[in-house]
Design a protein around this ligand. Structure first.
Ligand code: SF4
Length: 347
């Protein structure tokens, strides 16, 4: 039998494991959880308040998931993009983003690769490989905390993969990150971004998690969204917006609509007007993202004039809208680019 993945377990599960499998006292679960998720140690020998006997039992029965850094690129603005290697040799990307107001944010991955096939995304090129475990998801935060000696304040699940298609592990990871005994990241400081998996959006609304839900919308009508995001053929806009509306009613939380603005594709005034008609009346905010150019894709950045005009049409209709600050444009900042480059170098 394989070793137990202790970093994927919450305190109750650790307690169950310790008392039934290792015949230890239940209070040890809290100590071990704190070492893993608060003090961020990576060996049982470093858990100094455990007896040598318990450390040995843990070493024989259990495993602490860690990530190896393959590459680490720092941009002029302080953004750092990591390519991490998992224990089976697969690679994922995470991006550290420091802000002038003190926020220490990280964008993390939920899957190796992605099967959603969005036409503007470098991650989509290699397809879906596998889901990450809860430990592999939270370890991206902890690896960066260890590397930079910082305390991460904000987490965005917007890296590689579709989080809602790795639902159980992602929800578990969010609860681990939010646990007051662990790294204790505020639930409202955690953003989950989805391309629009309707049944799981409805499921998420019942989790009693006050996180920020972001929907990657990117197109204001089905014809265009079908082209950009194949998932729209399965869950068209009418179904997606209905699930979003239900989500806001149940959670009373505002949804963020992410809209990657692509020159000549979805940045025309008529697109802004369609977008207004689609989401008007919903408790929401629109985040416009001038697209990062990706090598091998023909999509380009919108001009400043188009972007400004697009934003004005939305805000003049009473919908909150902002333009996302550009980060790390000098280091392959778009999701999937670093991993793709690494695969090309290896082949
Ligand atoms: S944009 Fe997100 S959902 Fe779409 S292919 Fe890329 S990683 Fe997957």
């Amino acid at each position: 039998m394989g070793k137990i993945d202790v970093k994927s377990k919450n305190v109750d599960e650790l307690k169950e494991f310790l008392t039934t499998e290792l015949q230890e006292k239940g209070f040890r679960a809290t100590q071990i959880f704190k070492w893993l998720h608060d003090k961020n140690v990576i060996t049982f020998a470093d858990m100094r308040n455990l007896s040598h006997n318990l450390q040995t039992k843990l070493e024989q029965s259990s495993h602490i998931t860690t990530l190896d850094t393959v590459t680490r690129h720092q941009a002029k603005d302080g953004t750092i993009k990591y390519l991490f290697q998992l224990e089976d040799g697969q690679t994922i990307e995470s991006v550290y983003l420091p802000y002038a107001d003190g926020r220490q944010s990280i964008c993390i991955s939920s899957q190796v690769g992605c099967g959603m096939g969005c036409s503007f995304c470098a991650t989509a090129i290699g397809g879906f490989i596998r889901n990450l475990t809860p430990a592999e998801i939270v370890e991206q935060v902890y690896a960066v905390q260890r590397d930079l000696s910082v305390r991460i304040t904000n987490v965005v699940l917007m890296g590689m993969g579709e989080p809602l298609l790795n639902y159980d592990s992602v929800i578990k990871a969010i609860r681990l990150l939010n646990d007051p005994l662990g790294t204790n990241i505020g639930i409202r400081k955690i953003t989950l971004s989805t391309c629009g998996i309707v049944p799981q959006i409805r499921q998420l609304s019942k989790e009693d998690l006050q996180l920020v839900l972001a929907i990657s919308l990117h197109a204001p009508n089905d014809a265009l969204r079908n082209q950009l995001m194949p998932i729209n053929r399965k869950y068209p806009l009418v179904e997606l917006i209905s699930a979003c509306s239900e989500y806001t009613k149940i959670t009373r939380r505002r949804i963020t609509f992410e809209y990657a603005v692509i020159a000549g594709v979805n940045d025309l005034p008529e697109h802004a007007e369609q977008l207004v008609r689609l989401i008007k009346g919903l408790l929401c905010h629109v985040n416009l993202i001038p697209i990062n150019p990706v090598e091998g894709f023909e999509f380009g950045r919108p001009s400043g004039v188009n972007l400004q005009g697009f934003m004005e049409i939305i805000s003049n209709n009473g919908i909150e809208v902002s333009i996302r600050e550009e980060r790390g444009t000098d280091i392959d900042a778009a999701c999937g680019q670093l991993r793709r480059r690494n695969e090309e170098v290896k082949s």
